[in-house]
Ligand binder design. Structure first.
Ligand SMILES: Nc1nc2ccc(CNc3ccc(C(=O)NCCCC(=O)O)cc3)cc2c(=O)[nH]1
Ligand SMILES: N[C@@H]1O[C@H](COP(=O)(O)O)[C@@H](O)[C@H]1O
Length: 203
């Protein structure tokens, strides 16, 4: 399946997805990486891997609709069938999310539905939970509320800072996101019409 990855920064999740897609057994082929910010490290990672990159700078657009419309045009240009949000930090419009329903995956650094939104790791520390983690989900219009595909638990250690916890969660992200990408690109998992996860029996 032809995959597009949207990034905004470092691209450590992108790196994990690219390594997964390179494996011979993978059903995914990453064909384009799009960043809403120019010059980020993730773009260099993609180029080093020989993957085409595009920058769609949200600051150059008068509206979210126009920004999303340009992203959509690039995805269509590359014949993308599945989109991964890997550290992508712009909220997408309902029109875009509806068009790509069931073809749009996001990674969030908490066990949803706990700790939605930005600074999820900080919310976990402030709540005093002993276990947090990461979630890969289908993107719905409501932020961080889509059907859950894969989760991985991560322990909170005594003395953890936002940084030490984020590093530990990110290691889990780099396992969870590639696993979810395979499940969806191989057709094992899809988003049902009722909005719930549907696991296709492979026999
Ligand atoms: N409609 C829809 N779109 C999304 C876009 C990105 C992400 C990634 N996770 C994100 C979750 C939250 C934010 C956020 O609140 N950023 C500050 C406002 C930035 C802005 O003004 O755009 C960004 C990405 C998830 C979603 C989602 O669940 N639904
Ligand atoms: N979605 C969130 O964006 C952060 C940065 O991701 P990356 O740019 O290192 O892939 C990660 O912590 C991820 O949970």
């Amino acid at each position: 399946m032809r995959v597009g990855v949207l990034i905004s920064g470092t691209g450590t999740n992108l790196q994990a997805l690219m390594e997964q897609a390179k494996r011979p057994s993978s059903s995914a082929q990453i064909v384009v990486v799009i960043s809403n910010r120019p010059g980020v490290l993730g773009l260099k990672k993609a180029s080093l891997a020989g993957i085409q990159t595009r920058v769609v700078d949200h600051k150059l657009y008068g509206s979210r609709a126009e920004f999303d419309g340009t992203i959509d045009r690039v995805l269509e240009e590359f014949g993308v069938e599945l989109v991964c949000l890997a550290g992508f930090m712009r909220i997408l419009t309902g029109t875009f999310v509806r068009k790509w329903r069931g073809k749009l995956l996001n990674i969030h650094p908490s066990l949803l539905p706990s700790f939605k939104g930005v600074n999820a790791q900080k919310q976990a520390l402030q709540a005093g939970v002993r276990v947090t983690g990461c979630t890969v989900h289908f993107v719905a219009e409501e932020v961080d509320a889509g059907a859950i595909i894969v989760q991985e638990a991560v322990p909170v250690m005594v003395g953890d800072t936002e940084e030490s916890l984020s590093d530990r969660i990110r290691e889990a992200e780099h396992r969870a996101f590639p696993a979810a990408l395979e499940l969806v690109s191989s057709g094992s998992v899809l988003l049902g019409d009722d909005g719930n996860i549907c696991w296709k029996s492979q026999n």
